[in-house]
Design a protein around this ligand. Sequence first.
Ligand SMILES: Nc1nc2c(ncn2[C@@H]2O[C@H](COP(=O)(O)OP(=O)(O)OP(=O)(O)O)[C@@H](O)[C@H]2O)c(=O)[nH]1
Ligand SMILES: [Mg+2]
Length: 212
Amino acid sequence: MNISSAKFAFSSQKLSQIPREGLREFAFIGRSNVGKSSLINMLTGQKGLAKVSGTPGKTRLINHFLVGGGPKQASGGGAKQTGESPWYLVDLPGYGYARASKAVRAGFDKLITDYVTKAEGLWFLFVLVDVRHEPQRVDMEFMTMLGEEGVPFGVVFTKADKLGTNALSTNIANYREALLKQWDELPPMFVTSSEQRSGRDEILDFIEQHLT
Ligand SMILES: Nc1nc2c(ncn2[C@@H]2O[C@H](COP(=O)(O)OP(=O)(O)OP(=O)(O)O)[C@@H](O)[C@H]2O)c(=O)[nH]1
Ligand SMILES: [Mg+2]
């Protein structure tokens, strides 16, 4: 699948601000700076769509980006509609942002947990982890919470361009092992680099399967 059009739709600072439109939402979460916004830009092919920053904690609100659903083209004489049916990509604030004040951190936590556990439109959650690091406790705890709440999720390894082939496969193998200590079955996994635009087709094809 390719994304033919994507545009910023709205930002929310609490769950109740998200309109209930019945559209499916595919959301991206993970620690600050892991590359959530970069991945959304890579998937849509629009560099400036989601704000990217070297400073962790850039994305502080829930940002919805509408995919498809652009102007429907009338073809020939009929009213045939060729626009793809719309859905949302959702950029979430990072968790585990150490430099945020305790109060702000607590705010992130509520916003994030509210969204992932209660958002009606949330169809699938991609949990991003930096492939350079050992499995981090905060990520494991977050996935445990998702399991307990029954939220469907997958793991996206980011920044694959920063490692050589051997280190990459070693780290991924370690990660699988860590997950298998806790889970009987591995979640869907994706290896990506927003820099090199890799992993794009795998994620978009996965989303496509979940749209039908
Ligand atoms: N080399 C490399 N750098 C990346 C990649 N993805 C993101 N980055 C860099 O990592 C930094 C953080 O990227 P963001 O996309 O802003 O990360 P985020 O998870 O949205 O961060 P917050 O919104 O602060 O939670 C930026 O400097 C990006 O350029 C990647 O695949 N490869
Ligand atoms: Mg961001």
